[in-house]
Ligand binder design. Structure first.
Ligand code: PDD
Length: 281
């Protein structure tokens, strides 16, 4: 596969980054994942805007090629012949040539810009969407700026491992008794036809798919309430689901061993998935 590194398109085996890169040593970097369906980028502008915000919040310099990001995405889709898949983009604060907690001078240290594709044929026909996911809940012990999409993904990875060990598919994170979000997605419940999801704040990532799906829901005259909810309330809900750029709308059928409704994906989640994919294609 061809990847992009700091202005160059290279075979993946030839793309090399310094061992002093702050992304490697300190998780000092931000990222985005954009999906590709039928060769088309989904919600590119939303991802680009959030990326810019993440950089600003961390006082990180934009890489020289920032204005060319759309073109780079398109070129990678083209050369790697991606019909359905994902594009991963990462910007780190670069390599000052030694380890130091203090940020390097942005005049002398260039950020590192990396993009690569992941080919996922049939991404929109994921059989998991027909079955629904089993979720466990775990304590949310991440840092307090989850609105910034940093590459600090150790705890989300641990959460997915805890879910796997428990025979589940993913984990929802709980802070002060309320669900924040999933390990790599935003979380929703549905009660009496109303869609309930946590309001935006520094506590969760402002999902690009979340924004699009809530817009779809409102356009379809579905009721949406942005507020906190507990695991107990979720277990009593009619339905639940998650959203992300890689999963779109993914139904949830079990939470901490409690089956939701009939234990199959619910009508609201199914309909939103359909509307969202239709609008995206
Ligand atoms: N994850 N919350 C968290 C913690 C996430 O990591 C993600 C995305 C989301 C959903 O955001 P969006 O709809 O913009 O993808 C919410 C990506 C897909 C990942 O890490 O692979």
């Amino acid at each position: 596969r061809t990847v992009y590194l700091n202005g160059e398109y290279l075979p993946e085996t030839e793309a090399k980054v310094s061992i002093f890169d702050r992304g490697f040593l300190m998780a000092d970097g931000v990222y985005e994942v954009t999906s590709v369906l039928g060769g088309k980028l989904i919600d590119f502008e939303g991802h680009a805007k959030r990326l810019e915000r993440s950089l600003n919040e961390l006082d990180m310099k934009k890489p020289a090629a920032f204005d060319d990001l759309l073109e780079i995405h398109r070129e990678l889709v083209r050369v790697n012949e991606i019909e359905d898949g994902l594009i991963y983009l990462q910007i780190t604060r670069g390599s000052p040539g030694d380890r130091d907690f203090v940020f390097p001078d942005p005049e002398t240290t260039e950020p590192t810009l990396v993009l690569f594709t992941q080919n996922k044929p049939g991404l929109a026909d994921n059989p998991a969407a027909k079955k629904g996911m089993k979720i466990i809940s775990i304590e949310d012990v991440r840092w307090g700026r989850r609105d910034i999409k940093t590459v600090q993904l150790l705890y989300p990875s641990m959460g997915k491992m805890m879910a796997k060990k428990a025979g589940a598919d993913d984990a929802w994170l709980v802070e002060d008794g309320h669900v924040t979000e999933g390990t790599s997605n935003n979380a929703y419940i549905v009660k009496n036809g109303k869609i309930i999801t946590r309001a935006l704040s520094n506590d969760i990532l402002h999902g690009i798919t979340r924004a699009a799906v809530l817009r779809c829901a409102k356009e379809a005259q579905m009721e949406v309430e942005e507020r906190n909810f507990t695991i107990a309330e979720a277990q009593e809900a009619d339905e639940a689901f998650v959203t992300s750029a890689s999963a779109f709308v993914m139904p949830v059928v079990e939470i901490d061993g409690a089956q939701l409704g009939d234990g199959v994906p619910g009508p609201v989640a199914n309909r939103l998935r359909e509307i969202y994919l239709e609008e995206s294609l």
